[in-house]
Ligand binder design. Structure first.
Ligand SMILES: Cc1cc2nc3c(=O)[nH]c(=O)nc-3n(C[C@H](O)[C@H](O)[C@H](O)COP(=O)(O)OP(=O)(O)OC[C@H]3O[C@@H](n4cnc5c(N)ncnc54)[C@H](O)[C@@H]3O)c2cc1C
Length: 475
């Protein structure tokens, strides 16, 4: 049995655990992140892939969150331009929408003002004809106005993995496919299982960043402490391209929620739903009803017909929202909370992808003070070193690309590559045509045999088949 004793143990390798590790390693703290599956395999690869101020939170009066997110959005655009782009949005306003053109105009002015000198574009109402020229598939029946605004777009898991690579280069260590199975709070003794290997970790400080799983980890330490997160489920689908350059923000007719339609290279991303979730976080899945809801709302604003074969993928994730008394998921605060459980044990919950850096800074300040170490510098100006994407790699160099990600990017399975190191899962055919060749190359790079390879391909195909049957049930 191996024994590790870092200053800080972070449980959970989603974007929050990764970014806190990066903040700590940046300041010379020895930190180890333990992740039960692949890095970013939870909420951090199920997002709408936006680095945004969160325009809809203005309706809830959460101006501080929006201002913080607008500021952080600006840092991401500046520090990671290879992976974060400025995305123009249209807000089409229809006669029956609850949000009228004048409300949208005021909201956008406030949104721009809250960027406080760090704006990334100029928000305005635009001529309907101009909008139709740019996005000809917009349904014009009862269209009474169109607004334009700007937010950041990213590849969520790739951004998270690049942050992890940067944290590692600063000294952080990562154990993936390693689950925390027991915590002895008084002796600060954490048991971690990686398959048949067991490790004991004895850190000075423990940080729980398990997002939707946070109640389970906090409950091991404080069984009577009550829930600290209330997860809500969000479902996305990817479809054939239905917008070209501009994303759409639409008001759902059925419940007035906000839904995005976002252009990506070879697909459109549509989401999301927002429903309370109380099941096992590891088993969250989209339902036919979730998919139908998204398709019906998009059909109202887009003239592009969407048939069953036009839906490329569907996936679900859980927002790890800080537990609150709100009466509906949409009204639950997206603010984060750093919970001190005592005995140098903390949990970080809530927040947004966009604000992970400022959340991490807050957590790191508290931890450095626990460790009596000095605070210095800022990651606000730390550029993120780029990696090469699968999509931009020429076909003849893809074997080499796979070897590189295995060596550098914490890859252990075919699913890691298909969903979180490339966009293949989201595209037409879900990368089925290249799954076998990628698995073969992976097996070689990881020193695995052909049984392992066959099993990886079969498991991936089973998951895709199960997803397709849910998509078909939605029609
Ligand atoms: C549908 C949806 C859309 C979203 N859209 C956006 C958006 O567009 N922009 C934005 O800014 N934010 C968005 N968010 C919010 C953002 O994605 C989350 O706030 C963020 O990803 C949470 O990260 P996390 O690290 O806290 O949790 P996760 O990413 O869930 O990470 C927790 C990790 O802990 C691991 N873990 C659990 N138990 C154990 C254990 N016992 N041992 C070891 N590891 C364990 C899990 O495997 C998991 O990887 C969205 C969220 C959802 C769900």
């Amino acid at each position: 049995m191996t024994h590790l004793s870092p200053d800080v143990l972070i449980i959970g390798g989603g974007i929050n655990g990764i970014c806190i590790a990066r903040e700590l390693a940046f300041r010379g703290v020895s930190v180890c992140v333990v992740e039960q599956s692949d890095l970013c395999s939870g909420a951090s690869s199920a997002s709408s892939k936006l680095l945004h101020g969160g325009i809809r939170y203005l309706e809830h009066g959460n101006l501080a969150l929006v201002a913080d997110a607008c500021r952080e959005r600006y840092f991401w655009v500046r520090n990671a331009p290879h992976i974060v782009s400025i995305q123009p949005f249209y807000i089409p306003v229809y006669a029956r929408d609850i949000r009228k053109p004048w409300m949208v105009r005021i909201g956008l002015a406030l949104y721009e003002w809250l960027s406080l000198g760090r704006r990334i574009g100029h928000n305005r109402m635009i001529d309907i004809d101009q909008a139709i020229r740019i996005e000809p598939s917009l349904n014009t029946t009862d269209l009474v106005g169109v607004a334009e605004y700007f937010d950041g777009k990213m590849d969520d898991s790739r951004l998270g993995i690049e942050c992890a690579m940067q944290a590692r280069s600063l000294g952080a260590s990562f154990l993936t496919y390693s689950q925390v199975t027991a915590i002895d709070r008084h002796r600060k003794l954490v048991t971690v299982s990686s398959g048949s290997v067991e490790r004991i970790i004895t850190p000075k400080v423990i940080l729980n960043t398990t997002g939707p799983w946070a109640n389970l980890i906090a409950g091991r330490v404080h069984p009577s402490g009550g829930p600290i997160v209330q997860p809500t489920k969000g479902v996305h689908i990817t479809t054939k391209p239905i917008v070209s350059s501009h994303a759409l923000l639409i008001s759902a007719q059925s419940d007035n929620r906000v839904i995005f339609v976002i252009p990506h290279d070879s697909y459109s991303l549509i989401g999301t739903t927002d429903t309370l979730y109380t099941g096992d976080p590891s088993h969250v899945q989209p339902t036919a009803e979730d998919i139908r809801y998204l398709i019906n709302e998009v059909r109202r604003v887009s003239t592009v017909p969407l048939g069953v074969t036009d839906i490329y993928s569907a996936y679900a994730g859980l927002r790890p929202l800080a537990a609150s008394q709100a009466d509906s998921p949409a009204k639950m605060s997206r603010d984060h909370r750093l919970v001190a459980h005592g005995d140098q044990f903390y949990s970080m919950v809530g927040g947004k992808y966009t604000t992970c850096r400022s959340m991490a800074e807050e957590a790191a300040k508290v931890i450095l003070s626990e460790l009596r170490m000095p605070w210095f510098g800022s990651t606000k100006d730390l550029p993120l070193p780029p990696t090469v994407s699968f999509e931009s790699t020429p076909v003849e160099l893809r074997d080499e690309w796979i070897s590189t990600v295995v060596q550098d990017q914490f890859v252990s399975t075919l699913d890691d590559v298909m969903r979180r190191r490339s966009q293949l899962f989201f595209t037409k055919g879900n990368g089925d045509d290249v799954a076998e060749s990628i698995a073969a190359r992976l097996a070689e790079a990881l020193g695995r045999d052909s049984d392992w390879m066959d099993d990886q391909v079969a498991t991936y195909r089973q998951k895709i088949a199960a997803m397709r049957s849910v998509i078909e049930a939605a029609f």
